[in-house]
Design a protein around this ligand. Structure first.
Ligand code: KE4
Length: 431
């Protein structure tokens, strides 16, 4: 039996792209490097579906790696984008729409008194650690193995996501100087965290973490870990940064910090907050954010920051989420999917863990619960690759790596979840 693969048009398109762009993609996570074969080229998307250029339809569990919580091409988001674009796409001057989005973010996210809009999650985390260093006058940053915070030099050290997948966590080009003040600890290890603060008293500018990790697969915090991070940073005067680029407006309208009841000092946002357009944000306590130029002296700027079209998509998305919160239904369907995938793997006698919170979930082919990168990296990623392609063959488009979380939108129905479970049962049985 031929192993499943992308259609002929996608393969031709990929050959062309590889002559023009490194690896044929504009972001390595899309390259299918971890699952083999070549990527599907997408023609269009609508609701829960992607349509590739070979005319095949897929139920989408990447949803653009998180942003499309309302489903693809939501009519009210498209209308907002179209209406904003018709009035001009960029002014390089302030607009009231930016204040409207800032008001929504401040109202939603417990830790944010003031916010700065930027163009990506990477810009948000890069800026947040610079502000934390400027605010504290300290240099060292703590991050956790398997956590990915975008391609910031100082944070591309034992990163998760594509870096972990492609086995280049410490990327060439990241200098010793750039990474030298970054301490990498095991996620969920409160003892290691406490020992580090004892070793470097008064020297840690910030901890940055994914409160629920998506970038080594879905790894929730163990009880007490977030509380330890909160207590240790408060006691030492370090800044606690929750990187909620993935979890923000997804796990709750106020993000993981609302769900877990832990308020950091700063929060970074991306993905959902831009409704699928290039938009990120960072914010936090007023005294910290008032360090940012021109209110303070920490430099950060951007030609397209707060772009009117991106802001229109963000405002429409947050308005719809606030008016009619999808979170209870996303939790119900997330649990249904998690139970179904676990049943499928059990029935096939496959060692597995399913780790789910809200509409984030990972099926690890791993005999042990996954609490950190050391555990995640022992997963059978080869088996995951075969699972991935078996699901593609049945019209189900999962994240193309064992080390990514799947997401779904409010347009995914119970029937579609059950269709996914049925497909997984067939595929697992053949693994
Ligand atoms: P962007 O620069 O890609 O907008 O955001 C970087 C980022 C920061 N923080 C977290 C927690 C993130 O998950 C991300 C980006 N996530 C990856 C997928 N896990 C984006 C996909 C890609 O790189 O193409």
């Amino acid at each position: 039996m031929n192993s499943p693969q992308a259609g002929p048009n996608s393969r031709r398109a990929f050959d062309r792209a590889c002559r023009l762009m490194p690896g044929g993609v504009n972001s390595p996570a899309r390259a299918f490097g971890a699952v083999g074969g070549s990527p599907l080229f997408i023609e269009r998307a609508e609701g829960p579906y992607l349509f590739d250029i070979d005319g095949r339809r897929y139920l989408d569990y990447i949803v653009s790696w998180g942003p499309m919580i309302l489903g693809h091409a939501h009519p009210e988001v498209i209308a907002a984008i179209t209406e904003a674009a018709a009035r001009g796409t960029s002014f390089g001057a302030p607009t009231e729409r930016e204040s409207e989005l800032a008001e929504r973010i401040v109202a939603a996210v417990p830790s944010i008194d003031k916010v700065r809009l930027v163009n990506s999650g990477t810009e948000a985390t890069m800026s947040a650690i610079r502000v934390a260093r400027g605010f504290t006058g300290r240099d060292k940053i703590i991050k956790f193995a398997g956590n990915y915070h975008g391609h910031v030099d100082a944070l591309l050290v034992s990163a998760g996501s594509a870096a972990a997948t492609l086995g280049v966590p410490d990327s060439p080009g990241v200098t010793a100087g750039a990474g030298g003040d970054t301490i990498v600890l095991p996620f969920n290890d409160a003892a290691a965290l406490a020992a580090t603060f004892e070793k470097f008293p008064g020297q840690i500018a910030a901890i940055i973490l994914e409160p629920v990790v998506g970038n080594m697969g879905c790894v929730p915090p163990v009880p007490g870990f977030l509380e330890a991070a909160r207590e240790l940073t408060a006691a030492d005067g370090a800044v606690l940064i929750f990187d909620e680029v993935m979890t923000g407006f997804r796990l709750a309208y106020g993000g993981a910090q609302e769900r877990f009841g832990i308020t950091p000092d700063m929060t970074t946002l991306g993905k959902v907050v831009g409704g699928g357009m290039p938009l990120g944000a960072y914010g936090g306590r007023e005294e910290i954010m008032n360090c940012v130029l021109p209110a303070g002296k920490v430099f950060q700027a951007g030609t397209l920051s707060g772009n009117p079209v991106a802001v229109a998509a963000g405002n429409a998305t947050l308005r719809l989420l606030e008016q009619d919160p999808p979170y209870a239904e996303l939790e119900r369907l997330g649990k249904r999917l998690a139970d179904g995938l676990a049943e499928a793997a059990s029935a096939a006698g496959l060692p597995h863990q399913v780790q789910q919170i809200g509409s984030m979930l990972t099926l690890f082919f791993n005999p042990h619960p996954v609490h950190d990168w050391g555990g995640a990296s022992k997963s059978d990623s080869g088996r995951f690759g075969r699972f991935f392609w078996g699901m593609i063959e049945r019209g189900i488009y999962l994240p193309c790596s064992q080390y990514e979380a799947l997401f779904f939108s409010r347009t995914h129905t119970e029937a579609m979840i059950d269709e996914t479970i049925a497909a997984a049962k067939e595929v697992c049985a053949a693994l």
